[in-house]
Write a protein that binds this ligand. Sequence first.
Ligand SMILES: Cc1ncc(COP(=O)(O)O)c(C=O)c1O
Length: 423
Amino acid sequence: MNHFEYKDGELFCEEVPVSQIASEVGTPFYLYSKATLTRHFQAFDSGFEDIDHITCFAVKSCSNIAVLSLFGNLGGGADIVSGGELFRALKAGMDPKQIIYSGVGKTEEELRYGMESGILLFNVESEQELHRLNKVAGDMGMKAPVAFRVNPDVDPKTHAYISTGLAKNKFGIPINEALDLYKQAAEMENIEVKGVSCHIGSQLTLISPFVETLRKLKNFVGRLTDNGINIDYIDIGGGVGITYDDEEPPHPQEYAKAIKEELTDLKITLILEPGRVIVGNAGIMVTEVQYTKTNRGGEKEKNFVVVDAGMNDLTRPSLYGAYHTIQPVKENNGASQVVDIVGPICETTDFLAKNRDFPEVKQGDLLAVMSAGAYGFTMASTYNSRPRGAEVMVSGNDFEVIRARETRESLIQGESVPGFLEN
Ligand SMILES: Cc1ncc(COP(=O)(O)O)c(C=O)c1O
C-alpha cells in the first residue's frame, strides 16, 4: 500500500496535491512519501523482529540523505557500494556499526575510509581484495571485519541484467572455492573473519531462489565450522521484487517467514540488504507534457507524447525495457490511443513507455511515472546537458525539497578551458 491516491480527480501524495508541488518546484521532479517509506521499512523489518537482525537499506536504490536519515531513525543500517555512499550514510547520521560495504571494485582509498569510519563489515569479493584490505588494516594498526560475498550459482529468475548470483556474473567468490579463502583469511594478522554474504539479484518475484541460496549458505557455514571457523553474521542480500505492472512478488512477511524457517538452528545475526522493496513504490517522478505528435509514413502511424523527463532522468525503461505505470496527475477518462511516451534526449532509446494505451493528453498536462522511488534519481545523469531534477519529500500536508534542482551553472562546475586553448 502506498500514499499516492486520487482524491476528487487529483493525484495526491499523502495530503498534498501533486500539482501544487509541481507549480512550486517545476518539473521534472522525484516525489517521496514519508508515510510510505516508513510503512514499507517497518513492513519489511518487522518480519524479522523475533530474531537478531539488521536491515541494511541498499543505499544505491535511493541515496538522498533525507531518506537515509529516516531509515537510520527507524533503526536501519546501510548497505553501501562506494566511498560516496559511505559519505552519504555518515552524513545522514547512520551508525557505522550498522554499515556493510559490498562491491567488486573497492579502491585502497575506499577501504581505508571504511576502516577509519569503523563500519561493521566489508563484504570481500575477491582474493586480491582480501590481501589489499589486510595491508590497509595493517598499515592502520587495525583488524578489518570481513564477510566474503559468495556466489552460490543460483538462478534468481529475474532480468539477466540484474541477476548477480550466477557463476557467470562478476560478483562474489564461487561458493565451492570460498573455503580456501576463509582458511587463508583466518591466518591473516589484520583480518577478522565475521560472516558470509550473498546477493543473487534484484526484482525477484519468487521465494524459492532465496531459500535455495540460504540452504547453500547454511551448508557452507557447516563446512566452515568443521574447519574451526565460526561466524557471527549471515547476509542474505536484497532483491525482493515489487509490483510495477502485474508482477506478484512475495509479501515481505511471507519472505521473512521462509527465511526464518531456514535459520532456526543457527546462532547468527541475519543481515538483509533491501532496496527496491522499501523505496520503489514510495516514490514517483512527475513530468510535464511538452508536445504531442503523430509521425505518419512507414507501416503505420505512430503517436508520441513528448515529456520533459527523459532516459537521463529515469533510465530503467531504456536500460532494461522496464515497465512503469504512467498516469495523468488530473484524472483523465478521455478516449485513449496507443502512444509512446518519450523524452527530449537525442536517442531512439529515450522512452518512458512504448505502445501504451493512454488517454489523450495535451501540452502542459502533468504525468506521474509511478514506482520511481528505487533506481530513479540514483541512476539519473546529466546526458544532453540536462540538469537533474529536484527531489521532494512529503509528510502529511507538508512538503520540502530535499535536493534542489541542478542548474546550468552546476552542469559545468569544475570544468575549465585550459590556458593552452586561450589565444
Ligand atoms: C549487493 C547488493 N545488495 C542489495 C541490493 C539491493 O537490491 P534490491 O534493490 O533489489 O533490494 C543490490 C542491488 O543490486 C546489491 O547489488
